[in-house]
Design a binder for this molecule. Structure first.
Ligand code: ADP
Length: 378
């Protein structure tokens, strides 16, 4: 009988696991939040991932449970483990991706390079951190942030009072994470796949370009990332995957500083936007790799298929209608562009698809990817 993988969450990451699952003969099941989501082609159940009964019922017929996002509560995750369900990544690993304060403390124990940071519970403590770090810093809500929401640059201790007020009752007693404002020259991402039985494979480190807190483009591999940078980034990724017992795909977002150090920004324990290039640019895509890893199957080769791959996100989409109406023009002008759509309604700033282009000349590849993606956005 085919192996069965259950994915909690019906977004685009679950959607993009469907094709490799079909190729490998794996049965993919999805617990979607509602009807008509990105992964509805494989959505076998619709229900609330915060409800243990719902998730337990979904998990009954699969060999392993994995995730499209990191929001499943710890209580639900531990209920699955207690019921004997294989969960990858497990709750003990996922909590480091769910809470940035817990992550910072653990990465410090592992000796990983990261920005100076502190947990602060009021304006006075925040001001003290600011005074020690040049008067500006980055404040983050420990939980629930994404795409730059829950991240704020401040220059006075009182500028996070609204967040202190709303978080007063949470697990950290209202603590916020504050970090030094890193003077980075660029942002990078390192992906690693790890099997429950221990084997790891590292993808090449990539450069990620963010606009308004949202990933806009990815270049793989990161330009000017000769052997040494690749090695250091891969070592950081593997150390974290092993140290936190991550299973499946791990993405480590990194800052490269102006004095050429790498600092860990944050972690994602699932396929990640920084790895979409691998669908068309690597021997094994991150989506196939995630399925292999969570099933504890031998990992595939993460090597690039050509010199360069560029991924450009389609953000927002057309002002009216759907992406499909723009296919003809984009495909006619850019036959080498691989267009991926998420079946989501266009909305300003929303990730609704992406374009991958691969080739040997970075300027040509980047031009093709940007030009093809531009057809879909007004
Ligand atoms: P999210 O969870 O919303 O993705 P991140 O922690 O990744 O939040 O922060 C979003 C963006 O904010 C980062 O990609 C980076 O551009 C900027 N940023 C975050 N932390 C820092 C920092 N300590 N110094 C400078 N910029 C930062």
């Amino acid at each position: 009988m085919a192996l069965r993988v259950g994915v909690v969450g019906g977004g685009q990451l679950a959607r993009m696991m469907i094709a490799p699952a079909v190729e490998l003969g794996i049965e993919l099941r999805v617990l979607a939040e509602e009807d008509g989501m990105s992964a509805s082609l494989a959505a076998t159940a619709v229900g609330d991932y915060r409800d243990a009964e719902t998730v337990l019922a979904f998990a009954r017929d699969v060999d392993v449970v994995t995730f499209d996002h990191e929001h499943v509560p710890q209580a639900v995750l531990t209920a699955l483990v207690d019921a004997g369900v294989a969960v990858h990544p497990g709750p003990h690993a996922l909590r480091f991706a769910q809470d940035k304060l817990v992550m910072r403390a653990r990465l410090q124990e592992l000796g990983m390079p990261q920005p100076d940071w502190a947990a602060v519970t009021d304006a006075e403590q925040l001001q003290a951190f600011l005074d020690e770090h040049g008067g500006r810093a980055v404040v983050k809500t420990p939980r629930g942030g994404y795409d730059g929401k829950g991240v704020r640059v401040v220059s006075a201790g009182t500028e996070a009072d609204d967040w202190f007020a709303t978080l007063a009752e949470d697990a950290h007693g209202g603590a916020l994470l504050v970090e030094e404002l890193v003077d980075f020259s660029r942002e990078l991402a390192q992906q690693v796949a790890r099997r429950p039985s221990g084997a790891v494979r590292a993808y090449p480190v990539v450069e990620t370009v963010q606009r308004e807190g949202v990933c806009a483009e990815v270049i793989a591999p990161a330009p000017h990332s000769g052997g040494r940078l690749q090695e250091v980034a891969a070592r950081i990724g593997i150390t974290i995957a092993e140290g936190l017992d991550v299973t499946g795909m791990l993405a480590v977002e990194l800052f490269e500083t102006t004095d050429e150090r790498l600092l860990v920004n944050e972690l994602a324990m699932r396929p990640h936007n920084s790895g979409h290039w691998s669908q068309d640019g690597a021997v094994t895509s991150q989506f196939e790799q995630h399925l292999r890893a969570v099933l504890d199957l031998p990992l595939g080769d993460p090597s690039p298929l050509s010199e360069w791959a560029v991924m450009v996100n389609i953000l927002g989409g057309p002002a009216e209608g759907s992406l499909d109406e723009r296919f003809d023009a984009a495909m006619t002008d850019h036959p080498a562009a691989k267009i991926h759509t998420y079946g989501k309604a266009p909305r300003p700033g929303r990730k609704v698809g992406h374009v991958n282009v691969v080739g040997d000349d970075l300027d040509d590849v980047a031009y093709e990817a940007r030009a093809a993606a531009s057809f879909f956005v007004d």
